[in-house]
Design a protein around this ligand. Structure first.
Ligand code: FAD
Length: 402
């Protein structure tokens, strides 16, 4: 009997789990791997904000799952996962029920609107190709209106949430507006008020004061205003948004980058959760108490030895998590000792579109061009498929020197 493994989600962690199984298949011909995802392509998230400014094109950050799976003997099912029943080794999907001996949950997270349905129906997040393209399209309308009326077409573009994504998206919007209109960054406010608003009293809350200082300084130089202790509360109609200080902003475009959380499939699982509703996992990435259920990536609140808090949501940890979970499934099957999930943290970078970045790399705080180029070098290296890598390089080269 083959060992049936279901990998749910073909994003960063899910795809790296599948690759790990493919690598070990020579030694385990009995493995039957099935990958389920509601999208046909693996999306390279670190370059999604670049879609807004048009630096990168959608097709160059999407890697089709089916051809890879077909080539490596992995079954790929294009379907939405509806529910997971680990005690019955069963998963409900829109393509019907699936059974497995082992399940790896890699479903990632979704934009968290904290239950605010009004905002959800008006403000896109930045969690899909569609949303990236939509934001670019809306920004184009701002420019078109400006050309038509000669004054502020749309009054405000508001990024709600002063985290990494809010900063990145705001910088790409500024870059796009400047490129289309020729209005310098220092005068962008004559075109539109471009704000990052943050409910708390500081932005980039989980970074160091040095990173916060440079991020605010750089984003300010691109014509973006940062406002703390402020958030969007509701849309009064399709264009006017009520803010938490009671003010009404007219002609506002709102982008919700205030946070993410695991989706309904995970929320419905009756297992212990940690901060942010992420699944509690043990040091081998098994969901607590369920020996055949593993979790990796953003939805897993993994706490490697010595950590007091779950690892932050990041590409590097998802990649390592997928590999570790897949390796531990194989070790379980082979009755070998499991490997502890303890990834090395290389640091992080917040790239800002016009050519600067802020971050901490190998413990060193950095800002300016070097982290910016490191981010794009890593992006080219880590994206999948030669065609995508070459196209991304071409896009970047055209942008920087074209
Ligand atoms: C805009 C943006 C920029 C980012 N930039 C960086 C960066 O520069 N550096 C960095 O380290 N990290 C970055 N991240 C974070 C990083 O991308 C995530 O940590 C990583 O993608 C998480 O991997 P994952 O496998 O958990 O989830 P994902 O990669 O999101 O994959 C989840 C997969 O599950 C599928 N799925 C979800 N629900 C279902 C369902 N019910 N049924 C079927 N399929 C489903 C989805 O289609 C998706 O393919 C960024 C994230 C975003 C959103």
């Amino acid at each position: 009997m083959p060992n049936r493994v279901l990998v749910l989600g073909g994003g960063v962690s899910g795809f790296s789990a599948v690759q790990e199984f493919v690598r070990s298949k020579g030694k385990n011909p009995d493995l039957k791997i099935t990958l389920v995802d509601r999208h046909r392509g693996n999306l390279f998230w670190p370059l999604l904000p670049d879609l807004i400014s048009g630096r990168i094109w959608p097709e160059n950050i999407t890697y089709p799952l089916q051809p890879y799976c077909r080539k490596h003997g992995v079954e790929y099912i294009h379907a939405e996962v509806k529910a997971v029943f680990p005690s019955q080794n069963r998963v409900e999907t829109t393509a019907g029920p699936l059974e497995a001996d082992y399940i790896i949950l890699c479903l990632g997270c979704e934009t968290n609107y904290f239950g605010n349905e009004n905002i959800k129906s008006h403000a896109p997040g930045l969690k899909s190709l569609h949303e990236g393209t939509l934001i670019r399209h809306q920004a184009k309308e701002v420019v078109a209106n400006r050309k038509k009326t000669g004054d502020k077409g749309l009054g405000h573009i508001i990024l709600v949430g002063g985290g990494y994504t809010g900063f990145e998206a705001a910088s790409h919007l500024a870059h796009f507006l400047r490129a289309c209109t020729g209005v310098p960054y220092s005068q962008l406010h004559t075109l539109v008020d471009l704000w990052i608003v943050e409910k708390g009293d500081k932005v980039l809350g989980n970074t160091s004061p040095g990173v916060q200082h440079w991020a605010e300084h750089l984003i300010g130089s691109y014509g973006v205003e940062v406002k703390t202790n402020l958030t969007a509360v509701s849309f009064e109609d399709d264009h006017n948004v009520r803010m938490s200080d009671g003010s009404l902003l007219h002609d506002a475009m709102v982008i919700w980058t205030a946070g993410v959380a695991p989706g309904p499939v995970c929320a419905a699982l009756d297992v212990p959760k940690v901060h942010g509703n992420r699944l509690e996992v043990d040091t081998y990435l098994r969901v607590h108490g369920i020996p055949n259920l593993f979790a990796a990536g953003d939805l897993a609140g993994a706490m490697p030895p010595g950590h007091q808090l779950p690892l932050r949501m990041a590409f590097q940890f998802s990649l390592a998590g997928g590999r570790c979970a897949a390796g531990n499934v194989v070790r379980t099957i082979e009755n070998r000792e499991l490997r502890i999930y303890n990834p090395f943290d290389v640091g992080y970078v917040i790239p800002l579109a016009p050519g600067h970045a802020i971050g901490v790399i190998l413990g060193l705080e950095m800002h300016g061009r070097i982290p910016f180029f490191l981010h794009y070098a890593m992006s080219v290296l880590r994206s999948y498929g030669w065609k995508n890598k070459i196209q991304i390089l071409k896009d970047l080269f055209k942008e920087q020197f074209g």
